[in-house]
Design a protein around this ligand. Structure first.
Ligand SMILES: [Zn+2]
Ligand SMILES: [Zn+2]
Length: 806
């Protein structure tokens, strides 16, 4: 637009002066205009030669206005300087010109020059642009000063001036000042309403935005395309699909949503995309007569975000045939990418010169992180020229997702120490907290919590509190997890999911179920993760009826299709009953191809019920999919050794060797007096080793005394099946010295009597140690909590909260 009017302006001046014929063809005109544009001061010289020093010559003013409107401010300035006496109209043209070109400080300077040094009074045409410049320059002070002048001069009753004040305050995030201006307006037009609706949306208050839109209709204003575009954004913000659909219907009825209004249609498309209503989005997109790059990007993003990977790529290919994808297209496409497509996109971006681009690079880090390629993520991260907080957060999250907690913590510290311009935000804290939860260290988790408080993060922030609930629960401190949950003022679905899962992993399934009812009563709608936590609770606590009831209600009452994770928990639940044939049938009837996790669950069930045939079958299925699944080998190994099938034990050991699989080193941590003590199996490196082993022997003696006379004891029974030489070896070295026992014994002697002993284990506890811990809790009259790789076992008075199923 600017180029055309520029062309018009320049050509007119040029041809007027040279008296050139206007019969030249269009193409020549265009070329000439380009030349004129480059040597733009030539026409100015011509004008000045012909008409200089004529005060307020109307054609001079016209020429100045044309230059200003074309964005040729330097030329406009030339003419302005030549004028002996500029009137308010000319000043306004200059101020408007500077504002339109984004030269806000120049516009403000011109305004001040006019009112302070010329005695010319600004009028109602001056203020809208001066205020717009104050907004553009993000200068609250200047804006407020101008506002005061506006009131003094009585321009506040002018609707244009007030509208620009509303936009100014909204842009600077002062929504209450904007509202005050709005409330005091004697008359309002549609622009006033639109500024309020879009302003509240821009400051993140979707609810107020929607409310104002409704009020606007009540006051008799017909929404226009700008109102519709803003309010659709508000619907997405407050997650209100119903209102969004109503507004879409209104737009169709009123003719606002015409097939060629690409901006309105793109807002509709975006709204449906955000709600995951892919078919609605498709319908809108297919009905669009004109599609620009923004519309294509929204559609690609819609498919990608909603898991329609193939469609996302097909859409991308179609787009390429019509127009050039831009960097946003790739950013929108990346969430759909598996590693192979992700690498292709990475290559495409590099070839097309889209890199470096800080947002795209952060999206690449996310993609690599989610595909388990942490090294590639780190390469992208290291090569980034400019890193923002999002990039750091993405890299930390990539480490945490892939279990590289140590590196995540290192990077977090680096961010904190090195880059003083970047301060970790609540997203950083939320992504780093799971690393603390996984690092098995409650002490470090507490330290981070202390840091969060000290560094004055908003400790009432829901995201941070939710992560703290998770961290405390996973570090074994259920009580503190509950305290943080109770602190959350606005409990969202993540808060509820975290606390339901917290009680689930600690084996308090009935509390989880009760919390779920509370959540429903409080009006928060459950999602997939809620049901995963709930079914985990039922499965860990063996609540069969409740489990089935919630599993069935997922689809029926809440319209949520059960995913693989829900089937895994249900299978665990069925597995507990020992009915392995119904578990197998459950797998056959699943609407998915069973994954390794599903077969793993059957393997666990068959191990718990000592059915080697089913176990072998399940293990075979797991290993077909994940030939390096250590857990699977270890389970088989344990089953064969317990059954005394030594040839099979050796066969599995050889298989593990050939596959390059080694057993994870057992590691147990106990924290006493602010220090963490790490033990491996048979560890003798601790300073108090002798004392620990003495205590272990005493405890074993106490257990033996307790068990005396019980010939049918399963503990003895189990051992009796072993080959004599192995028995000897095992007795002296192996399971009796498992890390979890050593950590427990240190816990027993270094905590006050009556205090709970908390031990974290990085692997699943073996049967014998589980039994040892049950009995230890009885003979020592101490509560012992042991967290393994999946759940927490609360041992008390000879029983475990897991009901001997884990
Ligand atoms: Zn053990
Ligand atoms: Zn247990």
């Amino acid at each position: 637009m600017a180029a055309t009017s520029l062309a018009r302006c320049c050509s007119r001046i040029y041809y007027n002066c040279k008296c050139a014929s206007s019969s030249q063809n269009h193409q020549t005109n265009e070329n000439r205009n380009l030349v004129n544009k480059r040597r733009s001061s030539k026409p100015v010289r011509l004008i000045l030669r012909n008409r200089s020093k004529k005060l307020n010559d109307p054609s001079l003013t016209r020429a100045l206005r044309d230059f200003a409107e074309s964005g040729l401010m330097e030329d406009a300035l030339h003419l302005f300087d030549e004028m002996n006496k500029a009137d308010v109209f000319v000043w306004n043209v200059m101020i408007k010109g500077f504002t339109t070109c984004g030269l806000y400080h120049e516009a403000l300077g011109f305004y001040l020059r006019m009112v302070l040094f010329t005695g010319i009074k600004a009028d109602s045409f001056t203020y809208p642009f001066v205020i717009k410049s104050a907004a553009g320059a993000s200068s609250l002070l200047e804006g407020k000063t101008i506002h005061a002048t506006v009131i003094k001069l009585g321009f506040d009753s002018d609707v244009y001036v007030s509208n620009s004040l509303i936009s100014f305050y909204m842009k600077l995030g002062c929504e209450w000042d904007a509202e005050k201006v709005f409330d005091e307006m004697p008359e309002r037009d549609i622009v006033s309403w639109n500024s309020m609706v879009s302003g509240f949306l821009a400051v993140g208050d979707g609810l107020r935005s929607l409310a104002l839109f409704k009020e606007m209709i009540k006051c008799g204003f017909e929404p226009d395309r700008f109102s519709i575009m803003s309010v659709l954004g508000a619907c997405s913000r407050v997650e209100c699909l119903r209102v969004g659909k109503e507004i879409h219907c209104y737009a169709i009825r009123s003719g606002i949503e015409a097939g060629d209004d690409v901006m309105v249609l793109t807002s509709v498309l975006d709204m449906y995309s955000r709600f995951g209503e892919v078919s609605y989005a498709e319908r809108v997109f297919n009905g669009m007569i004109i599609r620009n790059v923004v519309a294509w990007n929204v559609m690609v993003g819609c498919y990608a975000r909603n898991g329609r990977v193939v469609d996302a790529f097909l859409c991308f290919q179609k787009m390429e045939k019509e127009l050039q994808p831009d960097v946003i297209t790739l950013i929108n496409l990346l969430p759909a990418c598996e590693i192979l497509e992700g690498r292709t996109i990475h290559g495409y971006a590099a070839r097309r010169g889209f890199l470096p681009h800080v947002v795209l690079e952060s999206a690449l880090i996310d993609m690599y992180g989610e595909s388990g390629k942490v090294k590639s993520a780190k390469v992208v991260f290291d090569r980034m020229g400019e890193k923002n907080l999002v990039s750091w957060n993405s890299m930390i999250a990539a480490y945490v997702q892939n279990g590289e907690n140590y590196s995540a913590l290192e990077l977090f510290r680096e961010l904190w120490d090195k880059d003083s311009s970047l301060v970790p935000d609540s997203t950083t804290i939320a992504s780093i907290l799971p690393a603390y939860a996984e690092s098995l260290s409650l002490r470090e988790g507490r330290q981070l919590h202390g840091y969060i408080v000290k560094a004055r993060y908003d400790v009432s922030n829901t995201i941070i509190l939710n992560s703290l609930v998770h961290m405390y629960a996973m570090c074994g401190d259920l009580e503190d997890a509950r305290k943080r949950f109770d602190q959350v003022v606005f409990k969202d679905v993540v808060s509820w999911n975290s606390i339901i899962m917290a009680y689930a992993v600690h084996g308090f399934g009935s509390v989880s179920v009760r919390l779920f009812s509370e959540m429903i009563t409080s009006g928060v709608s459950p999602n997939k993760s809620t049901f995963a936590s709930l079914l985990a609770a039922c499965s860990i606590s063996g609540m069969i009826d409740e489990g089935w009831q919630h599993f069935n209600s997922m689809k029926r009452e809440y319209g949520i299709d059960p995913g693989i994770e829900h089937y895994v928990y249900m299978l665990d639940l069925i597995g507990r009953t020992g009915n392995l044939s119904s578990a197998t049938r459950f797998i056959e009837e699943m609407p998915f191809v069973p994954t390794a996790r599903i077969w793993g669950s059957l393997l666990k069930a068959s191990r718990n019920h000592n059915d080697i045939t089913v176990a072998e079958f399940a293990a075979e299925q797991v290993l077909k999919m994940e030939h390096d699944n250590t857990g699977c080998y270890v389970l088989l190994l344990n089953m064969y050794s317990e059954a005394g099938r030594w040839d099979d034990v050796n066969r599995i050991k050889l298989l593990m060797k050939s596959q390059g699989v080694s057993r994870t080193t057992n590691r147990s941590i106990v924290e006493t007096k602010g220090r963490a003590h790490v033990f491996t199996n048979g560890d003798r490196s601790h300073v108090e080793t002798n004392k620990i082993y003495q205590v272990l022997d005493i405890v074993l003696g106490m257990i033996e005394e307790e068990e005396e006379g019980k010939e049918e004891d399963s503990y003895v029974h189990c051992v009796s099946k072993m080959r004599p030489e192995t028995l000897l070896k095992e007795n002296s070295n192996s399971y009796r010295r498992h890390s979890v026992r050593l950590a427990t014994c240190l816990g027993l002697i270094s905590t006050e009597t009556g205090r709970t002993v908390l031990v974290r284990n990085n692997t699943r506890i073996c049967r014998r140690c589980h039994e040892f811990l049950e009995k230890t809790s009885k003979v020592t009259r101490r509560e012992i909590i042991v967290g393994d790789s999946k759940i927490f076992h609360h041992f008390s008075n000879g029983c475990c909260s897991c009901g001997n199923y884990w």
